[in-house]
Ligand binder design. Structure first.
Ligand code: FES
Length: 71
């Protein structure tokens, strides 16, 4: 099985790397190009194309620089 990785971009979206299906609250899949290796999911709340990032995080000056803490 292929590995999926979710990467938090500084001040930007969550980038999903790997084969995934994104579904709505009813379980219906969003159409995503199979040619795109990564999917960017909005976490600023300002995208006009939710759940996907459309770059609006730059205009709203979204701030998020979450770092993983070693245990
Ligand atoms: S994170 Fe990019 S539009 Fe919201």
């Amino acid at each position: 099985m292929a590995e999926v990785r979710i990467r938090c971009r500084a001040n930007g979206p969550l980038v999903v790397e790997g084969p995934v299906t994104i579904v709505d609250h009813e379980g219906n899949a969003f159409s995503v190009s199979s040619e795109k290796p990564n999917i960017a999911l909005c976490r600023c709340g300002h995208s006009a194309n939710k759940p996907f990032c459309d770059g609006s995080h730059r205009a709203c000056d979204f701030q998020a620089v979450d770092l993983a803490v070693s245990k």
